[in-house]
Write a protein that binds this ligand. Structure first.
Ligand code: S3P
Length: 172
């Protein structure tokens, strides 16, 4: 059935990948990540795409990944932190299934995002600049169907709350 995926959105460091993978395992579903789709299709890493072609090209590739997601049924989908943050993107995501915003304390997200992974959007930016980016993105994330606050809790508890929120909303 179209619209029966579960889509995770949120800022870098929100735990979309870790929690998404865990959620998929708990629900017995497949896990898909837009960043992985882009890397597989391009045959190069995200930092490499940013370095060679720039952010705008990456955003275009995200739009293509979003289009390709329309064939997905029943999957758990983790999106890159910037993917929902353009006109029309949240509506397109919501057509795929319930969209859950993994929200959190920005300092905690920033710390987590800086620790792991090579993230071009963080490189060379001060915390104040990242905060401004987060504020610009928040109105998009806020269009999600459901929100789970991850502040101070680990992936297991996040996933427990995610499943509870989805069941309450009768979406799984
Ligand atoms: C980005 C977030 C990254 C990745 C790319 C750009 C962003 O994904 O898509 O580096 O603009 O916030 P994560 O949210 O998984 O870190």
């Amino acid at each position: 059935m179209p619209g029966d995926n579960v889509v995770l959105v949120g800022f870098m460091g929100a735990g979309k990948s870790v929690c998404g993978r865990l959620l998929a395992r708990r629900l017995g579903r497949c896990f898909v990540e837009t960043d992985d789709m882009i890397v597989a299709r391009e045959g190069r890493s995200i930092p490499e795409i940013f370095r060679t072609d720039g952010e705008e090209r990456f955003r275009q590739l995200e739009a293509e990944a979003l289009e390709a997601l329309r064939s997905k049924r029943g999957d758990v989908i983790a999106t890159g932190g910037g993917l929902p943050c353009r006109e029309g993107r949240m509506a397109a995501l919501r057509a795929l299934g319930p969209v859950v915003w993994l929200k959190g304390d920005l300092r905690e997200l920033y710390r987590r995002a800086s620790l792991a992974g090579d993230r071009p959007m963080l490189a060379g930016r001060s915390f104040e600049e990242i905060e401004a980016l987060y504020r610009r993105r928040e109105p998009y994330y806020a269009q999600a169907d459901l929100t789970v606050d991850t502040t101070g809790i680990g992936p297991d508890e996040v996933v427990r709350r995610l499943i509870a929120a989805l069941r309450d909303a009768a979406r799984v």
